[in-house]
Design a protein around this ligand. Structure first.
Ligand code: AMP
Ligand code: MG
Length: 421
């Protein structure tokens, strides 16, 4: 038997084949959530554009407020969106959050520290005092409540790098430098099919009429959902029967218009497993035994067509194996097709509140979830067919080969948010 292939090696091999899709689309920033930037966003301006107030209150010169209780005439009123004039010495400017700090002012007093005094009668002194007077009940610190021009973004700064996967905060950031459109990678086109004569689609046969040996197709539901979350366009080829000719037909149909063909089931080496001979009829295939649990069988191949080749990936049929090999191998691959640079999930240290006394030869991914005490609890049944474990859990413990776990041990936790989105 071939030696098992380490998961990291399998991932490195796959990423080496994941050439970034060359096509770029221009889309509105509104529509860019989840898409991947094909071009860096460079700021043509500084943000904020000028020094501005972070409080409703009064702009002053600190030199004019040596002690609490000083009274100053209010010489102007500056609302957000207006510019104001240089601050006349010995006066205060009424100012509102986001309004530019007038030239000459060097601090803002929040209105809670001030007392507005009645407007003086028109004084004929050129407007001085038309806005009333203010008593300042606190001594300002130089620069207080002033947001500095450019403190968020300097002009010319690369605000977002090419290869960034956009999420809501990034959309706001792009908008803050005036970008209403963004250049993103094209969505990968993925053909999805399941193999297995035992499979029935939910909705086609009610539970009480399922024939002996039949099971519902569950893999198709989570695989499709995960692909969509990763920005793919999914074509669903349904269930392919366990026959070589049918499998070849489906592959041939799928190969020309897709970047990736993804299947589940049929990658073991039983005589009902037709994926390997079928892909090899049309192209090439490597069948890997990956040193992970659940998981193990995984296939990567290529099917050539008129202008290139379509990637092929075959996942194991057991639902949890399928789920985890997708999360750990297919997910990084389809992200890289879109140009994402950082495709590795981020593990964090966590405390095991369970025992795992039996070490395995393979690296294990144990379904766990956080308890209220901040530790991790283990799902009672870690079998590769028990999909309940994945729905119950909020992530997996990445447990090295040959490792047991005792309550209180520090383990590496990978949240499903790192694997499924
Ligand atoms: P296979 O890899 O085809 O040998 O399948 C391994 C196990 O996974 C068998 O018990 C199959 O019935 C089950 N299985 C395969 N495909 C699916 C699917 N799409 N949904 C649920 N179970 C599946
Ligand atoms: Mg099968």
């Amino acid at each position: 038997m071939k030696p098992l292939k380490p998961l990291d090696e399998a991932l490195a091999d796959l990423l080496a084949k994941a050439a970034v899709l060359p096509d770029i689309e221009t889309i509105t920033t509104f529509d860019a959530d989840g898409r991947v930037l094909a071009q860096a966003c460079v700021s043509a301006l500084q943000v904020p554009p000028n020094d501005n107030s972070s409080m409703d209150g009064y702009a002053v010169r600190c030199a004019d407020v040596a002690a609490a209780g000083v009274e100053l005439p209010v010489s102007q009123r500056i609302a957000a969106g207006t510019a104001g004039a240089p601050l006349r010495p010995g006066t205060a400017a009424r100012i509102f959050t986001g309004a530019p700090v007038p030239e000459g002012a060097d601090a803002i007093l929040m209105q809670e520290d001030c007392e507005a005094l009645a407007a003086a009668a028109v004084t004929g002194d050129g407007g001085l005092g038309d806005w009333g007077r203010v008593r300042v009940n606190a001594v300002p610190r130089l620069g207080q409540w002033v947001r500095r021009a450019g403190e968020d973004i300097t002009r010319g700064a690369v605000v977002l790098q090419a290869g960034t996967r956009l999420s809501p905060a990034e959309l706001g950031l792009a908008a803050s430098i005036g970008l209403h459109q963004l250049q993103v990678s094209r969505r990968p086109r993925v053909a999805l099919f399941s193999t297995g004569d035992e499979l029935v689609m939910p909705g086609e046969v009610p539970p009480e009429q399922m024939r002996p040996g039949a099971i519902y197709n569950s893999n198709r539901f989570f695989l499709r959902a995960m692909l969509l979350r990763l920005g793919c366009e999914v074509t669903d080829f349904g269930i392919v029967p366990d026959r070589r000719d049918a499998t070849i037909d489906a592959l041939r149909q799928a190969s020309s218009a897709h970047d990736l063909i993804l299947t589940s089931g049929g990658v073991s080496v039983g005589e009902e497993d037709h994926i390997k001979p079928a892909v090899e009829t049309l192209g090439t295939l490597d069948l890997w035994q990956i040193a992970m649990k659940p998981g193990k069988p995984f296939a990567y191949g290529q099917i050539p067509h008129a202008d290139g080749a379509t990637h092929f990936m075959g996942l194991p049929g057991n639902p949890v194996s399928s789920f985890l090999t997708f999360a750990l191998l297919v997910r990084p691959f389809v992200l890289r097709l879109q140009g994402v640079v950082n495709v590795a999930p981020q593990p964090v240290a966590a405390r095991a509140d369970f025992n795992w006394p039996k070490a395995d030869k393979r690296r294990e991914f144990l379904r766990v979830r956080h308890n209220a005490a901040g530790g991790l609890e283990l799902f009672s049944n870690q079998s590769s067919g028990v999909l309940t474990s994945a729905a119950w859990g909020d992530g997996v413990v990445d447990n090295p080969a040959g490792q047991t776990i005792a309550t209180g041990d520090t383990v590496q936790f990978i949240a499903f948010s790192e694997l499924l989105s």
